[in-house]
Each structure stands twice: as structure tokens, then as C-alpha cells.
Design a protein around this ligand. Structure first.
Ligand code: SF4
Ligand code: SF4
Length: 278
């Protein structure tokens, strides 16, 4: 059977919050029988856009990572629920029953992704339903996906085998695989949020004039592995996707006939080397 999956491209998210607002528009003050009670107006984020700043001036970037209920196939919230108050539908969507789940506050702590919110007024744990009430009426996508102007959100209805092919071909990842929850939400370019970079700007002094060193060859070396970059018009280079706690890297820079410049860089966070003169 075909099941729903959500793909989020971190590279394309610009933190416009349209997804968050459309979720509020759909769910605040609206109850959908069998699916959800009204969402709390303030404070609850069924679409929670996390932000991370990397690097130091002048090489800084910011990544935005929308986090939803992952509609896990091995969901801890389902295991923790009493009386079948949380269940997985045949199409992959995980629903918190808005009647049976009343009073089950412990479900908030059962979700390792922090996707469940406690609605005090209705005494109810709540989360993203993937707008199942709309999909069941024939909608092709939930409100958040429809509202995203950059194409950062994409919904796919596919057999599990087909989805695995998409995961492979588009190099998608899941958030926190160590939780072993088998999420149905996948991320593209997740490194923008989870990994580090080394960046810098190469400059040169020629005939008493300072200039950007376009075309300098920068090599990043770690043990037997090497990556190479050529500086752009501004003399800039960037090596991204470096894993956390990956130790010290050697950066070698050569420019035209000038001697090689070597730097040792420890990566316990993203590092901006600033201007490197050759
Ligand atoms: S992300 Fe959390 S709330 Fe959603 S299915 Fe997984 S465990 Fe349950
Ligand atoms: S609508 Fe799209 S671009 Fe805007 S915050 Fe949400 S995911 Fe990001």
C-alpha cells in the first residue's frame, strides 16, 4: 500500500514561517472529529522551525530545520499510549485520538523529537496530523506543503520500496537515526544543520596592491583523505559537511607561483579562518 512521506530540504528553507502559519490557520479554533481538537493559539509549534548559525564573521551561514511529528513506523508514542490512544494508519500517518488521549500527559515525554504538545484547555497531548482530514478528502498535500514558497517541503505517497529508492537517489537522511523510530519524514542537505565547515578567504599582495586571490588551490587533508577547492572571485573557499568531533585538519593553500601555506585547524565547531595572506 502507498504511504505518506514528507521530504524537507534544509538548503531551501528560508524561515518564512508560512508552513507554521498555515498550520495555525488550519488547526487553531478548528476541531476535526476523529483527527484533532483545536490547536493552542500561542506557544505550540506543530511545525517547529529550528535555527542554527554556523561560523564566525565574515564567513557565517544560518540553517533552518523545520521539525514535525516524524510519523514514525516504530513510534515510542504509540507504545506509551494507553487504550490505543495513539495509532498508525495504514497510510503511515500517526494520529493521537483526541478523545481516547485525554489526560495522557505522559505522551509529551514519550516523543524523543519533542513533537507532542500539551493542550491544557482540552487536557490533551497534540501534534501534527499531516492534515490527514484533508488528505482523506482528496487533497494532494497538507496545508504546510501547499504554503511553502520555496519548495522546501515535499510530500510523497509511495510504496515503502519506492520510497527507499527515492531516499537512495536523493541521498535523504532521517533526523536522529540513533532513536531507531523509523521516521517517515526525511531530510535533504541535513549537513547544513548537523555538520561543520572550514571556510576562509585567500588574499594576495601584488606590486603593493592587496587583492583577492581568485583561483588559489586549497586542499583539505585528514589522514589519507583529501578534498580540493578553488577560490572564487572573492578569494573565498568553503569545505562543508565535516562531522562533529572529527579532530584536526590540515589546510594547504597554493596560489600561482607562491609557496604553499599550511594551516592546522581543529574542528569542534564551524571555523572561519578569515583572510589568509599568501
Ligand atoms: S515523532 Fe514523536 S509523536 Fe511523532 S510518531 Fe514519532 S514518537 Fe510519535
Ligand atoms: S514555508 Fe517552506 S521556506 Fe518557509 S519556513 Fe516553512 S519550510 Fe521553510
Amino acid at each position: 500500500m502507498k504511504k505518506w512521506n514528507l521530504i524537507i530540504d534544509i538548503e531551501k528553507c528560508e524561515d518564512c514561517n508560512n508552513c507554521f502559519l498555515s498550520c495555525k490557520d488550519e488547526h487553531v479554533d478548528n476541531a476535526f472529529q476523529g483527527y484533532s481538537a483545536p490547536q493552542v493559539k500561542h506557544g505550540h509549534r506543530w511545525v517547529n522551525i529550528m535555527r542554527k548559525e554556523r561560523g564566525q564573521f565574515p564567513q557565517i551561514d544560518v540553517a533552518y530545520m523545520p521539525v514535525f511529528c516524524m510519523h514514525c513506523d516504530n513510534a515510542p508514542c504509540i507504545k506509551a499510549a494507553k487504550d490505543g490512544a495513539v495509532y498508525k494508519r495504514d497510510d503511515g500517518i500517526v494520529i493521537i485520538d483526541p478523545v481516547k488521549a485525554q489526560g495522557q500527559k505522559h505522551l509529551v515525554d514519550a516523543c524523543p523529537y519533542g513533537a507532542i504538545w500539551w493542550n491544557e484547555e482540552h487536557s490533551l497531548p497534540q501534534k501534527c496530523t499531516l492534515c490527514a482530514h484533508l488528505l482523506d478528502q482528496g487533497w494532494k498535500e497538507p496545508r504546510c506543503v501547499q504554503a511553502c514558497p520555496t519548495g522546501a517541503l515535499h510530500i510523497v505517497r509511495a510504496e515503502d520500496g519506492e520510497m527507499q529508492e527515492i531516499v537512495k537517489s536523493e541521498t535523504l537522511e532521517i533526523l536522529h537515526p540513533e532513536y531507531h523510530t523509523k521516521p517517515r519524514v526525511f531530510y535533504k542537505n541535513l549537513y547544513r544543520y548537523t555538520h561543520y565547515f572550514i571556510a576562509g578567504s585567500v588574499a594576495v599582495e601584488k606590486d603593493g596592491i592587496s587583492d583577492c586571490a581568485q583561483g588559489a588551490v586549497v586542499t583539505l587533508i585528514k589522514d589519507s583523505e583529501k578534498r580540493q577547492a578553488i577560490t572564487d572571485t572573492f578569494g573565498d573557499f568553503k569545505f562543508d559537511g565535516l562531522p562533529e568531533n572529527s579532530g584536526t585538519y590540515r589546510v594547504e593553500i597554493t596560489y600561482e607561483d607562491r609557496t604553499m601555506k599550511t594551516l592546522e585547524v581543529g574542528v569542534d565547531k564551524s571555523v572561519s579562518l578569515g583572510t589568509v595572506w599568501v
